[in-house]
Ligand binder design. Structure first.
Ligand code: NAG
Ligand code: NAG
Ligand code: NAG
Ligand code: NAG
Ligand code: NAG
Length: 266
């Protein structure tokens, strides 16, 4: 009888430890909520939500890349620590257990941000969430298209088209379109960041037809912006047409002379 109760007591203790291990070690989830793209110089709040069930919080650590820049520990005096990292300006009044606010973000702060949540003793279990932040420049201006001439005269002189766009960081990828048809990049020339050229030898369109040429500046996943369309007409010199007219005239003269000779019209 005594042995039984001692056995069940130790069993209870064992079960208690197991349940403590199970419930005490679990963080249910960590979620990072923040904008994907913000403008340079703006203020951005990164929010870290977590579900610890009943376990007390030990620490929330924030990283940009591999570098920790902010830590919240409820038992700390003070509970916040900011680690100095160039370009990271923390607004302490907007930062706490569940969020950190960054002021005046520079362009080169784009990258991976991570929040890492650790539950309290005895297990200090840890879970993290991460997301990319992209910082873009303000008011990117439209690229512009310059053409060597708005009338393409001959097949001898190629039509030259340039696209000049703002030199952003990273630099844009420039794409030409002729009547909304993308020009294969093998026909374009790279003149450096934000400047590309296109040479059209023989226009792939019929005479007297007008085509619209535009270009697009793209940084994949960050922005794309199009120029206005520029019209180019293919209107060859009327040399061949003139020659044809001359031969028509010659033909007409011969015919007239023939008529005169045959019918003796005077
Ligand atoms: C961003 O640029 C600043 C100076 O312009 C530099 O001090 C800092 O180290 C750079 N930060 C990163 C993450 O590259
Ligand atoms: C962040 O961006 C990098 C590079 O573009 C990518 O490899 C990574 O999967 C992204 N991470 C997240 C969490 O979106
Ligand atoms: C295009 O740019 C190149 C390189 O800057 C320049 O030499 C050329 O004159 C430009 N052409 C036109 C049509 O603007
Ligand atoms: C630019 O865009 C073209 C066409 O989409 C692509 O083939 C090329 O790899 C891109 N270049 C860069 C530097 O992103
Ligand atoms: C093209 O336009 C020119 C001048 O406007 C005209 O003389 C010529 O007949 C036209 N040619 C065709 C094929 O339409």
């Amino acid at each position: 009888m005594l042995g039984m109760s001692r056995l069940s007591a130790s069993l209870l203790l064992y079960l208690a430890i197991i349940s403590c291990l199970v419930s005490g070690s679990r963080i249910q989830g960590v979620w990072l909520k923040m904008p994907a793209v913000v403008r340079v110089g703006s203020t951005v709040t990164l929010a870290c939500q977590f579900d610890l069930q009943d376990t007390p919080l030990y620490a929330v650590k924030w990283y940009r890349g591999n570098y920790e820049f902010f830590r919240y520990m409820p038992t700390g005096r003070p509970p916040y620590i900011a680690f100095p990292i160039p370009g990271i300006d923390i607004d302490m009044s907007g930062s706490g257990a569940h969020q950190v606010t960054l002021r005046n973000v520079p362009l080169n702060l784009s990258g991976l941000f991570k929040c890492e949540v650790t539950a309290d003793a005895p297990f200090f279990s840890t879970l993290q969430a991460s997301a990319n932040l992209t910082i873009i420049e303000l008011g990117i201006r439209k690229p512009s298209v310059q053409v060597s001439s708005s009338i393409h005269r001959s097949r001898v002189n190629p039509l030259r088209v340039n696209c000049s766009a703002q030199q952003t960081v990273p630099p844009p990828n420039l794409t030409f379109y002729i009547d909304e048809k993308k020009v294969n990049s093998e026909y374009t020339r790279d003149f450096g960041p934000g400047l590309a050229g296109l040479e059209i030898q023989s226009p792939p369109w019929a005479r007297n037809q007008t085509r619209s040429i535009r270009c697009e500046a793209t940084v994949p996943g960050v922005y794309f912006i199009s120029s206005n369309g520029v019209s180019v007409k293919y209107e060859p010199e009327p040399t061949s047409g003139g020659q044809r007219l001359l031969s028509y005239l010659a033909c007409y003269c011969i015919l007239l002379q023939l008529l005169i000779t045959v019918f003796g019209v005077t």
